[in-house]
Design a protein around this ligand. Structure first.
Ligand code: SAM
Length: 183
C-alpha cells in the first residue's frame, strides 16, 4: 500500500534494529525526520506501539499524514514494497551516483539500520547507498537522502496542523490557526 505522505512520489522509511525501551529518542528522531522531509510512513522493526502513539500525537499537533506501522518481519516489508528499496549504509555506493534513478522512481523505500544491521539486508535491497563513506547516523543519512530526493527545502507547513511556526529572525512565534483555516 502506498505511503500517505505529501510527496507525489510514495516515500516510506523502514527502520530495522530498533530496541524498544533502549533507543526511543533516536528512533523518534528517525520518524520525525522522515515526516518532516516528505515521507508518509515509517515501518518499525520490531514494532513499538508506545513510540507509534507518541509520533501520532506529534502528527496531530503539527499536521500532515504520517504513520508508524509496526513491522514484525522486515523481510516482508522489503519484499512486498512496490518500488525501489534503498538501504543506507556507509559501505554502499555514493548517493550522487544513484540520485537520478531515485528521482525517476514512483515509490522509494529507504531502509536505515540501528546498532546492528542484518547482513541479509545488503542482498535484499535494490541499492546500498552511502552518504559519504564515513560512519555517522541514521538520522543524518536519512535527512540528506530525503532532501536530495525532494530536490527542494522541506515543507514548512502541513495540512490540518493545530499549530504552526511563524519563522522569526530571533525568538519563537507559534500560532494556532482556527479549525476552518487549517490547510
Ligand atoms: N554498525 C552498523 C553497521 O554494521 O553498519 C552501523 C551503525 S550506524 C550508527 C546506524 C545506521 O546509520 C546505519 O545502519 C545506516 O543506515 C546509517 N548510516 C551511518 N553512516 C552512514 C553513511 N555514511 N551513509 C549512509 N548511512 C549511514
Amino acid at each position: 500500500m502506498p505511503a500517505p505522505g505529501r510527496n507525489r512520489r510514495d516515500v516510506a522509511v523502514l527502520r530495522v534494529g530498533h530496541r524498544p525501551g533502549r533507543d526511543p529518542r533516536l528512533t523518534t528522531h528517525v520518524a520525525l525526520t522522515a515526516r518532516a522531509f516528505g515521507a508518509g510512513r515509517l515501518y518499525l522493526h520490531p514494532p513499538d506501539p508506545e513510540l507509534a502513539d507518541r509520533v501520532a500525537s506529534v502528527v496531530r499537533k503539527w499536521g500532515g499524514r504520517f504513520e508508524v506501522v509496526g513491522a514484525p518481519a522486515w523481510t516482508a516489508v522489503v519484499q512486498d514494497f512496490p518500488g525501489v528499496v534503498v538501504h543506507l549504509t556507509m559501505y554502499g555506493e555514493p548517493l550522487s551516483r544513484v540520485l537520478p534513478r531515485l528521482r525517476r522512481a514512483r515509490a522509494v523505500l529507504v531502509v536505515v539500520g540501528g546498532a546492528k544491521v542484518p547482513p541479509g539486508l545488503f542482498q535484499a535491497a535494490d541499492l546500498n547507498v552511502a552518504v559519504g563513506s564515513q560512519p555517522h547516523s541514521e538520522v543524518a543519512a536519512l535527512a540528506v537522502l530525503l532532501h536530495g530526493l525532494g530536490g527542494q527545502p522541506p515543507a514548512t507547513r502541513f495540512r490540518g496542523a493545530e499549530q504552526r511556526i511563524v519563522p522569526q529572525t530571533r525568538g519563537k512565534r507559534v500560532v494556532s490557526p482556527s479549525r476552518r483555516h487549517r490547510r
